[in-house]
Design a protein. Sequence first.
Length: 90
Amino acid sequence: MSATSKAFYKPLSLATSILGGVLAGQLFNQIYKRVGENDAEMPDPKDLSRTNREVLIAAALHGLVFGLVKAGVDRAGAKGFRALANTDPK
């Protein structure tokens, strides 16, 4: 990748990462509202009144959602960059 392409891709990548994080957070909150037991927020791992099962399932779901959204957003950003610059953003 040329220096010009790299200079253009860095801010684009940063912006899509921030947007992806916001999107993942909103998506996780919506999913957790539906599957959580009357909770609107993910349980705090240090809250010992919560069960291990509840905390670990919430953490696994959180990681799954963020991982999927991050990969999807990064992939879409790379494909969009390639379409504009005719070069891969490696």
